[in-house]
Design a protein around this ligand. Structure first.
Ligand SMILES: [Zn+2]
Length: 214
């Protein structure tokens, strides 16, 4: 396939999609153009195989999304913090889903010594998590260690999210806001909840005491 053809395919697919959506729901674009009212913010990995709207069956307008390599949540990341703040304060989403996925190359890179320019800095926190836990995790097979690290990374990022000012502000003002920690299986397409939801400062404190060191 030529490079031009690769791109033309996207426009062709787009026109087909518009036709299908309009056939099912003639007012869809008029309605969704006027406002968005998503109940959910999704924070996930950039991996091309983990497509949030598709795997949750949600149409445009219902899922606010932030993605980066290894679904990292860091208070110094202005991009992520702006998305969280806008979602919570302006859109008033009721759920924030932190979703990792098995087979995550970002998590695997943090477990090795490979340095790849900016990615090396980006994965600093994930690497620290690995350094802290590798003694335990390497008692089993490497495959199990990779899966467990991916799950621990969801926990770490979930707790980081719960400490951000925007989330704390929502909880202090009694806004109903649940933080979820999920994992996606590339091999079966299934989502699974890994940890109990966190919906208040007291629940966060409990989660932190059960996850010391994260
Ligand atoms: Zn990934």
């Amino acid at each position: 396939m030529s490079q031009d053809h690769e791109i033309e395919t996207l426009f062709k697919n787009n026109r087909q999609w518009v036709a299908e959506v309009t056939r099912e729901d003639p007012d869809f674009f008029v309605r969704t153009a006027s406002q968005q009212t998503p109940k959910y913010l999704w924070i996930g990995c950039s991996d091309s195989r983990v497509t949030p709207n598709q795997i949750t069956g949600l149409p445009p307008g219902q899922l606010f999304v932030h993605r980066n390599i290894a679904n990292v949540i860091n208070e110094s990341d202005l991009n992520c913090m702006s998305v969280v703040d806008f979602a919570v304060r302006v859109l008033q989403v009721r759920h924030v889903i932190v979703c990792g996925h098995y087979g995550c190359a970002g998590v695997h890179a943090a477990m090795g010594d490979i340095t790849q320019g900016p990615l090396d800095d980006w994965l600093d926190g994930v690497r620290a998590l690995w350094d802290h836990n590798k003694g335990d995790l390497l008692k089993g097979s490497l495959e199990t260690a990779k899966d467990r690290m991916t799950e621990l990374n969801v926990r770490k990022q979930m707790l980081s999210l719960c400490r951000t000012p925007s989330i704390e502000h929502a909880w202090r003002h009694q806004n109903s806001l649940q933080i979820h920690g999920w994992i996606y299986g590339l091999k079966n397409g299934l989502l699974r909840s890994l940890y109990p939801d966190i919906g208040s400062i007291s629940q966060r404190t409990r989660a932190e005491s059960e996850s010391s060191g994260l």
